[in-house]
Ligand binder design. Sequence first.
Ligand code: FES
Length: 104
Amino acid sequence: MKKAVCKVEDVPVGRMHPVDLEGLPPVVIFNLDGKYYATSNICTHAVARLSDGFFEDGQIECPLHSGCFDVKTGEATEFPCEIPLQTFNIEVDGDNLVVEFVVS
Ligand code: FES
């Protein structure tokens, strides 16, 4: 299911933007050098919101124990994170950013 989650202008270059929509998993949108990526906003190590952490050099650092993930792939790149983050397809549609949610 594809859903418009925010405006392009909500996510400037180098920034991230959390999205919480009722009935859908919390996601965070990243703008890495003008390209958009979307991942789960919940750390796979414990329950922390990644959008409260730090986004730098294509990595999101968790605010709780400083584990890291690659925002492009969701790969865990820094201890204590080992389980990858779920990633979502994202596209630009006019002024909107549209995320494809996988409904199981
Ligand atoms: Fe994210 Fe521990 S909860 S690194």
